[in-house]
Design a protein around this ligand. Structure first.
Ligand code: DI6
Ligand code: FE
Length: 400
C-alpha cells in the first residue's frame, strides 16, 4: 500500500549533499520511501492514503549520533562549583565528575535508569529525533555496563525511535582499579567486551582518549579487541588536549572521532582518508566554556564529513535539544545552517554506520522524516530551543 505525502518542500540530503526540492511529493510504501521528487513528476498511480503537509519543509528525521542518555542522578551541584571557578579536571581529581555519576548509576535499578533516560530521550524526540546513539560508560564493571546496555536496548524496543548502543567501558577508571589502568583495559578486553558482545548488547565500541582518561596505547588495545569481535569503533578524542587519538581512530577505520577541539591538520587528513566522521559537540564546548575551536578550515579543506550531536550527559552537556545544538554549532563553532543540518542527518547516519538506510530522503531508504512548519530549512538552526510545530514520520508511520 502506497501513501502519498504532498504539499511540501524537501531538504533531501540526497547523495550526502544539501539539496532542495520545491513543491515536492513523497511516496512511502511500508517502512520505506518508494519515490521522492517534484510533485509535477509524481508517477500516476493509486495512492489510497494522501497526506496534505500544508506547505511544510520536510527533512530526514534528525539523528543524534553521540549521547550518554542513560545515567543515575545528575551533576547540577558540580555546575554550581564550576561557576565558582573550580575546573572540570579539579572536580574529577577530587572524586567528582564521571566517578560521581558512576556511583549513582551503580546504585540505580534497571527500571530507575530506564524511567529517567526515557524522559530525556522523549525530550530529544520532541525535537524531531528519530535515531539516537546511546553509550554505556557509567557502570565500569561487567554487571553495571550490562545493566546500562540492557536499558539502552529497552529504550529502542519501547519508544518509537531507533537506538544504537555503544559500549564505552573505557570511559574512566573505576575505583576498584585505581592506579591500575592497564589492568582495567585488560579486563575490558578479556572479560567485558567479549561477554557483552556475545549477549548482542553492543553495536559499536568507544573509548575516552585523554590525559585524564586513557592513553592512545590503552585505547588501541580496546580497538584491537573490537576488531576481533567485528565491532566498529568510535573515539572521544582531542577534547581537552592533543594526543592524536583521532589519527589512531582513523587507522582503525573508526566510524567517527568526536569532540576534536585540539586536533591537528594531520589528524584531519588521516580522518579524511579513512572516511571517519568528525562529530562536533557544541553543547560540551559551550558548557565547559572552552575557547579552543575545532579546526573547521582543516576539516573542510580535507573533506572530512562533519556531524553535530548533543553529547547529552550529566557532566559536560546536559543538552535536551538537538536543534539547540545546531544553533550552537553555527554560533559557537562557525558551521553554516546547511552544514549543521547535514551534521544531524546524513553525516550523523554515517557516524553510526547507517548511511545506506538512514539520513537522507531517497527512494529505498527508511521513511523517517519530519515535516516542519517553518519558513526555510535554516530556521532549524535559528530558533533557540523551544518546540517547533511539526509532524514526525518514522518507518512510514506518523508518530505523535
Ligand atoms: N567526554 C564527555 O564530554 C563526556 N564523556 C566524555 O568522555 C563527559 C561525561 C561526564 O562528565 O559525565
Ligand atoms: Fe561524550
Amino acid at each position: 500500500m502506497k501513501t502519498l505525502w504532498q504539499n511540501c518542500h524537501a531538504a533531501t540530503m540526497a547523495q550526502g549533499v544539501y539539496s532542495i526540492i520545491e513543491d515536492a511529493a513523497i511516496v512511502t510504501q511500508g517502512e520505506h520511501i518508494h519515490w521522492i521528487g517534484p510533485r509535477a513528476q509524481l508517477p500516476t498511480g493509486d495512492y489510497p492514503t494522501v497526506h496534505d503537509l500544508q506547505g511544510a519543509w520536510v527533512t530526514p528525521g534528525l539523528i543524534d549520533c553521540h549521547t550518554h542518555t542513560v545515567f543515575g542522578g545528575n551533576r547540577s551541584g558540580e555546575f554550581e562549583q564550576r561557576l565558582q571557578g573550580v575546573s572540570y579536571a579539579e572536580i574529577a581529581a577530587a572524586g567528582g565528575g564521571i566517578a560521581s555519576t558512576v556511583r549513582a548509576t551503580r546504585a540505580a535499578s534497571e527500571d530507575e535508569l530506564f524511567a529517567s533516560a526515557a524522559r530525556r530521550l522523549k525530550s530529544l524526540m520532541r525535537d524531531g529525533v528519530t535515531t539516537v546513539e546511546i553509550k554505556s560508560g557509567y557502570g565500569l564493571d561487567l554487571a553495571n555496563e550490562r545493566k546500562m546496555l540492557r536499558v539502552i536496548r529497552r529504550l529502542g524496543a519501547e519508544l518509537p525511535v531507533s537506538v544504537r548502543s555503544t559500549c564505552l567501558a573505557a570511559h574512566a577508571l573505576p575505583p576498584e582499579y585505581a592506579e591500575r589502568a592497564d589492568d582495567y583495559i585488560e579486563h575490558i578486553c578479556t572479560e567485558m567486551l567479549p561477554a557483552l558482545a556475545a549477549e548482542g548488547l553492543v553495536d559499536a565500541v568507544d573509548a575516552f582518549c585523554e590525559y585524564l582518561a586513557f592513553s592512545p596505547a590503552q585505547v588501541e588495545r580496546v580497538f584491537v579487541t573490537a576488531q576481533r569481535l567485528e565491532l566498529p569503533v568510535k573515539l572521544h578524542a582531542e577534547q581537552l588536549s592533543s594526543l592524536h587519538g583521532s589519527s589512531l581512530a582513523a587507522r582503525y577505520q573508526a566510524l567517527s572521532a568526536d569532540h576534536l577541539e585540539f586536533m591537528t591538520e594531520d589528524d584531519a587528513k588521516a580522518m579524511a582518508q579513512s572516511g571517519t566522521v568528525a562529530v562536533l559537540l557544541p553543547g560540551a564546548f559551550y558548557f565547559l566554556r572552552e575557547t579552543q575551536l575545532p579546526p573547521m578550515d582543516a576539516l573542510r579543506k580535507h573533506g572530512v564529513k562533519i556531524a553535530v550531536a548533543s553529547d547529552l550527559n550529566p557532566g559536560t552537556s546536559p543538552a535536551l535539544s538537538l536543534r539547540l545544538m545546531l544553533n550552537m554549532a553555527c554560533t559557537c563553532l562557525r558551521l553554516t545552517p546547511e552544514e549543521a543540518l547535514a551534521g544531524a542527518t546524513i553525516h550523523a547516519a554515517q557516524a553510526l554506520g547507517m548511511a545506506q538506510t538512514h539520513g537522507s530522503l531517497e527512494a529505498g531508504k527508511v521513511a523517517d522524516f519530519v515535516a516542519w512548519h517553518i519558513d526555510r530549512p535554516a530556521d532549524l538552526a535559528y530558533w533557540l530551543g523551544g518546540e517547533l510545530e511539526k509532524r514526525v514520520v518514522r518507518h512510514g508511520v506518523e508518530i505523535d
